[in-house]
Design a protein around this ligand. Structure first.
Ligand code: PMV
Length: 309
């Protein structure tokens, strides 16, 4: 069985979404793939399956597999720890491959189990990454049920309604700082701030309001306004303590070529996302300060199961 899933980038609402606030993300044209075969023992890319190295794969097996041991091969075009959702993509591809052994796979089921895998492995997560790489295109998460509703995910008293959202063909660059940061640790850091400080809770709510304000400009292709909201979201994430001197430098370096730029994903290192008409200039500016830039496109394709027999 073979399955694949795309990368993603969060345009608005990371961190706040963990507390039930809205977020918007899009799938990207980079993919990861898994192939699974029945075997005598569990192996991943030729090595024994170990929690330390293969946490997402192991949890996917625990949740979705009752059969014999498996030989698993993974491949990914998505740079790891880059904020482009490599772990969500592998989790969803793995869940889809495992479920497809027993019949047709439903989007909603893959999204739910993919989320459970990420939650188990990271200790805490929202369904933004896993739902986006399951569905493809654009995804809006909100507590409130809206137009274009896809499915609902619940965990420990928090629930999220997942919706399709129409997003134009934005010209984006993902800038990777080269600094790997743990999503789990960054989420835990924000959680401490959120629990003890009412100002942090206000910032989280403000991120939620700003995310909802971005829906109209996205639908109307109002790049100036989208960029302005991205800049504001970046400042709020900085206040939450998830920026890094290198991310600040990167956002500064692309200002003159972009509508807006912000941290994307967990922060603390990782990546920024830039909305621009000048992708090549942005990539050069990032390279000049020692970061990497990836020209990315929005993908309409979510998870897919191939070679099904
Ligand atoms: O670092 P990433 O790309 O996995 O994004 C994490 C997004 C957070 O909102 C920080 C956590 C989550 O699970 O929603």
């Amino acid at each position: 069985m073979e399955a694949s899933a795309p990368a993603k980038v969060i345009l608005f609402g990371e961190h706040a979404v963990v507390y039930g606030e809205p977020a918007i993300a899009v799938a990207l044209n980079l993919r990861s793939r898994v192939r699974i075969f029945e075997s005598n023992e569990y192996r991943v890319n030729g090595y024994p399956l170990e929690r330390k190295y293969h946490g997402y794969i192991l949890n996917a097996i625990k949740l979705c597999w009752r059969g014999p041991p498996l030989e698993i091969f993974t491949e990914s075009e998505i740079p790891s720890s880059s904020g482009m959702g490599s772990s969500a993509s592998i989790s969803v591809a793995m869940v889809a491959a495992l479920l497809s052994t027993t019949g047709k796979v439903k989007e909603k089921e893959v999204a739910r189990l993919g989320f459970e895998v990420e939650y188990e492995t990271q200790g805490r997560a929202s369904p933004i990454d896993t739902s986006t790489v399951t569905h493809g295109k654009g995804v809006l998460i909100d507590r409130q049920k809206r137009e274009n509703f896809l499915w609902r995910i619940e965990k420990n008293g928090i629930y999220w309604n997942i919706h399709h959202v129409d997003v134009p063909r934005l010209k984006l660059v993902v800038g990777f700082s080269g600094i790997k940061a743990s999503t789990g640790e960054m989420v835990a850091k924000v959680r401490r701030f959120y629990q003890w400080n009412s100002f942090a809770r206000d910032v989280v709510r403000e991120i939620g309001r700003l995310t909802l304000r971005a829906i109209g400009p996205l639908e109307n292709e109002d790049y100036e306004e989208i960029g302005e909201l991205m800049n504001r979201n970046h400042k709020l994430l900085t206040i939450l303590g998830v920026s890094h001197p290198m991310l600040r430098k990167m956002v500064e370096s692309v200002k003159r070529y972009s509508y807006g730029a912000k941290i994307t994903g967990a922060g603390g290192g990782g990546s920024i996302v830039v909305l621009t008409d000048e992708q090549d200039e942005v990539i050069k500016a990032l390279q000049a300060i020692g970061a990497q830039g990836y020209k990315v496109e929005i993908s309409n394709k979510g998870f897919s199961v191939e070679n099904q027999n």
